[in-house]
Design a protein around this ligand. Sequence first.
Ligand code: F58
Length: 818
Amino acid sequence: MTEHTAPMSPTTPGEFADEIRKELKYTQGVTAEQATPADVYVATATAVRKHLVDSWASTQHDMVAGSTKAVGYFSAEFLMGKQLLNALLNAGLSDQFYDAVKELGFDVQDVIDSEYEPGLGNGGLGRLAACYIDSLASKGVPAFGYGIQYRYGIFKQEFDEQGAQVERPDYWLANEEPWGHIDYNRSQRVNYGGSVVEENGKKVWKPAWSVRAVPVDYMVPGYASGRVNTLRLWSAKSYDEFDLLAFNKSEYVDAVKPQVAAENISKILYPEDSTPQGKALRLEQQYFFVAASIQDAIRVFYPGEENPDLTTFPSKICFQLNDTHPVIGIPELMRVLIDEYGYDWDTAWSITNKSFNYTCHTLLPEALEVWSAKLIGELLPRHLEIINKINEQFVAELGTKTNDSAKIDRMRIVTDGEDPQVHMAYLATYGGLHVNGVAALHSQLLKDVTLRDFSDVYGDKFTNVTNGVTPRRFIRIANPRLSALITEGLGTDRWLSDLDMLEGLVPLAKDDEFVKKFAAVKQANKVAFSNYAKREYDFDIDPNTMVNSMIKRLHEYKRQSLKILSVISQYADIKSGKVSADDILPRTVVFGAKAAPGYKMAKLTIQLINNVARVVNNDPDVKGKLAVYYPWNYNIRLAQHLIPATDLDEQISQAGKEASGTGNMKFALNGAMTVGTLDGANVEIRERVGAENFFLFGMTVDEVEALYAKGYEPKSYYEADPRLKQAVDMVADGTFSEGDKGLYEPLVTDWLNKDYFMTLADFSAYMDIQGEIETLYREPLEWSRKALLNVANSGFFSSDRAIDDYLRDIWETGPLGE
Ligand code: F58
């Protein structure tokens, strides 16, 4: 493997092999002869960390000593993916690693596969946070990622005999984890409960219980920047010794109860992706990491100072709130400033206001978090007082800006009435300087619809930062063949830090020889994926068919049901002989998706997809023409294998529902064509790659709204399109449930009577565009030319560009020393 393009470390492969041997001996306690691939993985990780440690230390030093404002990225999720290859790439040790491992007598793939993937996120939001901290480090911007080290990440997905999703706990920490450094010496106390009393005219919070927040530090090495930032994930530990008396009486469970309660806080990643549940534990988690992080930032930037001048705080660090989950940080910083450092309300408000910015990731109103004031009061009584006071101040301020009392009422951070509710998105909008959506369309809809009242009054706060993805992980590491070809085409590998350079490939799309090389890369990736799928899942994927992928969380608005209905329709056409054998374009459809454990419709859709796969793949009539695969437990690793091998990517959400999407960017950058609606970042991808290089179908946001207003009747679409009728009828009649007509009844009933996301209304347009897709695919050179133009014109979707936007428009800071 010699495609390596990173700045090389002077370490030779032989020296690196010696370093690994040393770690095997002194850390693992084994010789190279006794070692397993897992030992070699841990030893390599330990060795590569040592290469990064000086840069880590100097980055911390320069940050604290210098005057460049840092960024604190507050996120309940960081979906990092495996670390080894990324760390090696950024340390300039990739080539040495391959040679050293061979020298030690191991298979490189076995060593890489030994790393267990941490799943500390649900989906796009968590992965975005990981891409952003990668780009911050690669740009040399001083930054912390702040979050939670959950003991259990997102559940492991399995499928049972019936094709239904089964969730298994993901105890990732039961494996060796060489990346995180637990720093017991820098723990923080986080308090909960109790009451607020007045002492000498001052409000004093008397908490009822505390948890010890212990930081686990992960290095975040930048690519070619010489900088290494920190991802600080907090782990909850108990202060309470267990009750020895009870323990000695064999009441083991009771004895450890307080300990268990405290440690539960960082036990499990919130798995809900449909509607947020008002769970106390979730609020405890949010407060836990935010409170610890704010104290930590003060400790870091005012080292050893008893009475720091915190009016300078906003020039030291600003906090980005990744969705509403960390918004409790706003009243927390107010509390710290007023109660602990003695600032008056107005000074505290001015500091706080300048310290926070908020990114919204949704358009579904039900996904904006709302907490009952009662719950906040029980858990964080002082914060509730502060939130109420912020609300009073806000309502008074609104009175000076508008006479519309109904509007003021709608905007209240804390609602009136019997059971007041706290709107976290509203608190974030008022409490910080900027609010951004994650794609142009999303930011527009936020202003026009979701946060309309706020944008009327605080228009200046609203801005857009279109999402981006890191080219290091999602091109260089995931797709080494394409990386080598890009480097060959551009004559340099600098595109890895300046992705706009991909535009230099545009002229090469006219060069048939280059286009053929590009097609050969895709073909090789398809063969590699087919081998991977055989090894990991025992699937027999034919790499000579079109690979058509849909990977993302399972959600009704994303419309996996539209895809599976179309597959059923194609299956029916092949079976009935309606399309002649010559007209069939062999296709392999691959799904990857987890459903929230409590989301019934999503889980039933999974079961349907699995059973369509079972029926289709076992039907000799369609063999070689259509196949459906659903690799379980979709994660970053699977994405890194599948995306480079995909010909056609599905981005088919109902227009106006997907905030941005980031998978769409990864596919375009890896030379897949997209079939998609005008939703989220699809709009911008299409603008950039060119309408002629994107398969657009379906209703627009305005058409969707008009149809809701007119009254949507899904049944009329079912009656009007025989292809749709046939597909729905096959789901209803037991074709995919061994004759059981009841199994999919909730799905069928929903489609025909409600279909909130208008799957049926878009079905015909979706089927019609398949003809266009297949016609182009039959012209391999033209297909590849267009796919190459997708790569060439997608440089904008680098997370480095997104970070530039944040630096310029929101954080007003930059690389260290500038
Ligand atoms: C996603 N949100 C958006 N939320 O759906 C997607 O369009 C966007 O590209 C991405 O954020 C990044 O901006 C998302 O992933 C969650 O996973 C929540 C986590 C907490 C529970 C509720 C879902």
